[in-house]
Design a protein around this ligand. Sequence first.
Ligand SMILES: [Zn+2]
Ligand SMILES: [Zn+2]
Length: 214
Amino acid sequence: MYDLHTHTILSDGELLPTELVRRAAVLGYDTLAITDHADASNLAGLVESVAGVRDSAECYGVELLVGVELTHVPPSLIPALARDAKRRGADIVVVHGETVVEPVAPGTNHAACTCEYVDVLAHPGFIEVEDARIAAERGMALEITSRGGHNRTNGHVVRVAREAGCLLTVDSDTHAPSDLMSKEARRAVALGAGLTEAESRKALFLDINRILQK
Ligand SMILES: [Zn+2]
Ligand SMILES: [Zn+2]
């Protein structure tokens, strides 16, 4: 099991990185990305801080992906900041997509889908199929989310991803301990978003390296 979108006290989450990793390990996760909210003010510190718990994650048997979620960054500045994150050693860059419950700047989805340093577009709201096609060509993933509010458009995201042939991830966007999903909850989110059994399996057991080594 993987979760590619989680938050800690390094931004607006409730848990220390190590406790988040421990709780994920107990639930059976193999791979966990810590992707705190980032902009130009805090990106460098986040990458450095999360990298500091790599040893702890290894002790608990979890592959830790050091990440950031570029959040409300102006679309024109996303490419440079995503590149900076990777250059500083981030394993994964998530972009906070155009969810319908926040005033995310129009063009954010497009900037993420066209940027070679972005791996996952989180909660992309009413993403357009043209952008999903670009994402598909690049091998990046669109996100199905369990998070209340952001999850309103999961059905649309599934339809567009299917049409574009895009990879999908199923993530929690965890902020509090109770947000981490059990195996059953992940399956319910995937099927509830409208994926077939076969599509659900593909999304839930996605080889993360396919996204990261695109
Ligand atoms: Zn948050
Ligand atoms: Zn998030």
